[in-house]
Design a protein around this ligand. Structure first.
Ligand code: ADP
Length: 503
């Protein structure tokens, strides 16, 4: 049978989904891989292991469905950085978005004003996840290696290179490097000079719908695919999971909360924030992805479950207990910054807190305030975007944290918006498949993606609870500002006395 494969190259696993030519999902496979964290701040992955995982997921599909895959297209994690020598051999691992070792470069660039200039020019927030800062860090800490690298690429570029022999990058993914000029949609010459690099050292830029080529003979047989199978360039998971839930303009926002989270929308022109609180990545002509990535999503739910509940209590027990107390958790306010935070506060030293405890508070209040705190933070990330973008009419949601009616209703009440739950969580792979359809001429317009997207339930705000949240969120915000003055000292203390955690 004829089919198309959409592959999502995630941080923890690769998921491949086969779709028939009506866009219906027919088969899903996945393969996990480990993160390499040997020293503080490091978060790398082995590109060869990821390539093996990709091959395995493709093979599992072709074994069942036959060789007639019309195309393979990609949705990929952003901000990864890999160095290749001039023969295409790996000189580094993939340094992922979660790697913080370029933090000192960001601080220096903030002091010199360069970080602000980079943000204004490229839309890339001042954060060590950005390849522009990772490159500066590698140049300053490992010049020998830096000089040996001929091409700096990302993980999706690497996989496509292995399959086709070509090194290309799509515009939305390139935007996440912090090296792409927002206005010209080209690599920025001044930033390349700053890093003593030239365009030769970076991939050729192309549209996400570009057909890169077909599969090298080396892999054709191994993957049991046809010589006609096209490799489509694909794009970033940020862009594709936004259009993959049907958000195609600024009338709606897309919210995904899994382990971490992100809130995004699409604008028709570039937007830059005075306070650099959100990113702006060009996607296509007249499409700019605006949004904020949030560290503290379901990972905080996990922490609270482990810390407040016994081992035999489930996520459902957590939610049931939290529902026994009313909205606002009796004025108990939780800041979820257990893992520092990116959007909206962009402070790696940020710490979590419960504020407002009284003797009347019980375990259910703590449980509910954790859920509310995670959602207040997402709301603040949206508020930062809202300073430049009009109020959306609705928000479309996906991810493990937003699976329950309870959490969805709190989202509707906190955001004071209709919340549309989506039937399918794999919006990245779906949109990757859709890019392949555009590339093959099976569809013509971005809006055609809507016919493949299925909505689940809609949740409307409950005005009584909206009022409670509108009273407590400004207090949450004020307390956050007060506490932020102490994050640096607290982080120093925790770094200086690490043994106090275990003694
Ligand atoms: P990812 O793709 O980022 O790994 P998922 O979308 O699968 O994540 O979501 C996983 C997260 O969802 C975990 O952090 C987990 O704690 C959280 N989670 C799982 N079940 C629930 C639930 N019923 N309510 C709230 N959060 C949940």
């Amino acid at each position: 049978m004829k089919y198309i494969i959409g592959i999502d190259i995630g941080t923890t696993a690769t998921k491949a989904i086969a779709y028939d030519l009506n866009g219906k999902q027919i088969l899903e496979t996945s393969k996990a891989y480990p993160l390499i964290q040997n020293v503080s701040g490091q978060a790398e992955e082995d590109p060869k292991i990821i390539f093996d995982a990709v091959q395995e997921t493709i093979f599992q599909i072709s074994k069942k469905l036959g060789p007639e895959a019309l195309a393979i297209s990609w949705s990929s994690q952003m901000h990864s950085l890999i160095g290749l020598d001039d023969e295409g051999n790996l000189l580094t691992n993939s340094i992922t978005w979660a790697d913080n070792r370029a933090d000192s470069e960001v601080e220096l660039a903030k002091e010199s004003g360069q970080a602000k200039a980079i943000y204004q020019k490229t839309g890339m927030p001042m954060h060590p996840m950005a390849p522009v800062y990772k490159l500066k860090w590698l140049k300053n800490t490992n010049l020998d290696l830096y000089k040996k690298v001929d091409k700096w690429i990302g993980i999706k570029d690497y996989i496509i290179y292995r399959l086709t022999g070509k090194i290309m990058k799509d515009i939305p993914m390139a935007a996440g490097s912090g090296l792409l000029d927002l206005q010209t949609l080209n690599w920025d010459d001044q930033l390349l000079d700053w890093l003593e690099l030239s365009k030769h050292n970076l991939p050729t830029l192309a549209k996400a719908t570009e057909i890169v080529g077909t599969i090298n003979e080396d892999y054709l047989q191994k993957l049991s695919l046809s010589e006609n199978t096209k490799i489509v360039l694909g794009s970033s998971d940020g862009y594709l999971s936004t259009i993959g839930v049907g958000v195609l303009n600024n009338q709606e926002f897309a919210l995904n909360v899994g382990t971490s989270g992100a809130i995004r929308t699409l604008e028709s022109r570039p937007m830059i924030d005075e306070k650099a609180r959100f990113f702006c990545y060009p996607a296509e002509k007249d499409y700019y992805l605006i949004g904020g990535p949030v560290n503290n999503g379901g990972i905080i739910f996990d922490w609270a479950k482990k810390t407040l509940f016994s081992a035999d209590e489930t996520a459902e027990d957590f939610l049931d207990i939290a529902q026994t107390v009313p909205a606002g958790s009796g004025g108990l306010i939780f800041h979820p910054y257990l893992g520092g935070e990116r959007s909206p506060i962009w402070d790696a030293n940020a710490k979590g807190s419960f504020v407002g405890l009284t003797r009347n508070h019980t375990k259910p209040h703590l449980a509910r305030s954790v859920i509310e705190g995670i959602i207040f933070n997402l709301y603040e990330a949206m508020s930062a975007i809202r300073t430049c973008v009009a109020k959306p009419k609705a928000m479309r949601i996906t991810g493990g944290f937003v699976k329950s009616d309870f959490v969805r209703q709190i989202l509707a009440n906190v955001f004071n918006l209709p919340i549309i739950a989506m039937k399918n969580d794999q919006s990245g792979s779906l949109a990757a498949m859709f890019l392949a359809r555009l590339a093959l001429g099976l569809d013509n317009e971005l809006s055609d993606i809507k016919k493949f997207i299925n909505e689940d339930k809609v949740y409307f705000p409950n005005l009584k609870e909206v009022e409670i949240y509108q009273k407590i969120i400004p207090i949450y915000h004020e307390i956050g500002l007060e506490l932020s003055k102490s994050y640096f000292e607290l982080a120093n203390f925790q770094n200086n006395y690490p043994n106090l955690f275990s003694e």
